[in-house]
Design a protein around this ligand. Structure first.
Ligand code: ATP
Ligand code: MG
Length: 341
């Protein structure tokens, strides 16, 4: 509001109705208001930059009809309070339009001075608070995005440090342990990278993540790409960060295992990675047609870290493991996401 003058835009093609509003405003504000009347929606839109405090909008205009009139105005004037002023006393439409963001829905022959005065005052105040909240949400989103970016960078630094340190190690076995840890840090980094790039800051496109992660792991372990084939068959499924991080680590372990253990001494083979929905649950399968587990290994009871991580992390996401060792090795991880609850 400039100098205590309320500046009102009225988009209304009926001259009589415009006059009635003008008279009421005169009674409410004396001369401390300015009313500008446009007869068409496109004219109103053209003048939005002229510092208005509130917009009164008729829904049926020569160039626009119904709720779309409001939607168009609201899209172009997201920061201004819009009050619908219509001849149509339709409760469903009113609720609909207020849910879309209109501040009020007034029926022409039902308004009086008090009602109008309150409506304007409350609409301006409410919209003001709404705008502040919107700014605060955007700030928080920016912060969260920045945070994911930094977490990702820090994890990448850890990954690089492990790589650098491993160059000082002579023992081949210990070198491998460093390489595995490096990959674990990187698979988590990738989740955070996806999160800050995504419009939704809590969920990531897990199918897309699988494609990138497995392709990365594949190229760190496979020298001869003609020998081992990687088939990825994944639906585009969005998963919450609380599930994505453990599941990313599980995937990392299983794919790394297939690449490291299933095809010894340069034997050829294939690895399949599948993600889809099944009976209100998700199913992630990592399967290879390699040598399979030897008799003495119980996947639930290993001394090694990899499969212990797989069982513990599956518990953490309240999932189940189905293991099959008949033709090569297959691990199915069946889990739920809050979407199905
Ligand atoms: N896909 C597979 N095909 C054949 N054997 C496998 C497969 N996955 C795992 N194994 C066997 O199970 C053992 C345990 O796997 P696990 O991932 O726990 O340990 P690791 O891969 O040896 O080391 P790390 O702890 O770094 O993962 C492996 O050493 C290997 O012998
Ligand atoms: Mg392993």
């Amino acid at each position: 509001m400039i100098e205590n003058i309320v500046r009102v835009m009225l988009v209304e093609d009926n001259l009589g109705d415009a006059l009635i509003l003008s008279e009421m405003l005169k009674e409410i504000y004396d001369n401390h208001f300015k009313l500008v009347n446009y007869k068409r929606l496109d004219e109103g839109l053209k003048h939005l930059n002229e510092d208005f405090d509130v917009i009164f909008l008729d829904l049926n205009l020569p160039d626009s009809h119904g709720i779309i009139t409001f939607k168009t105005m609201n899209k172009n004037a997201p920061d201004l309070p819009i009050i619908i002023l219509t001849g149509l006393n339709d409760e469903d439409l009113a609720i609909n339009i207020v849910s879309e963001g209109a501040q009020d829905y007034l029926v022409k022959d039902q308004i009086d001075k008090q009602m109008l005065s309150k409506s304007i005052k409350y609409s301006i105040r409410r919209k003001n608070i709404e705008n502040q909240l919107q700014i605060s949400i955007e700030d928080k989103e920016l912060l969260l995005r920045e945070l994911h970016h930094r977490v990702k960078n820090n994890l990448m630094i850890i990954s690089s440090l492990l790589n650098l340190q491993s160059t000082y190690i002579k023992d081949e076995e210990s070198k491998k342990i460093f390489k595995d840890s490096q990959n674990r840090a990187r698979s988590m980094a990738l989740i955070h990278e996806r999160l800050y790039q995504s419009t939704d800051l809590k969920r990531i496109d897990f199918g897309d993540y699988i494609r990138t992660l497995t392709n990365d792991i594949y190229h760190t372990y496979v020298m001869d790409t003609n020998l081992i084939k990687l088939n990825v068959d994944v639906e585009d499924i969005r998963l919450d960060i609380d599930i994505s991080i453990p599941l990313g680590l599980i995937l990392n372990e299983l794919v790394t295992n297939s690449l490291k253990h299933a095809f010894p001494q340069g034997s050829p083979g294939e690895i399949d990675i599948i993600l889809h929905t099944q009976d209100k649950k998700y199913l992630l399968e990592v399967k290879d047609n390699g040598i399979g587990f030897t008799e003495d290994i119980d996947y639930k009871n290993t001394d090694s870290l990899g499969l212990r991580l797989v069982t513990n992390l599956t518990d953490q996401i309240e999932g189940e493991i189905e293991f099959n060792n008949k033709l090569g090795t297959s691990f199915k991880i069946i889990f739920k996401d809050e979407k199905f609850e």
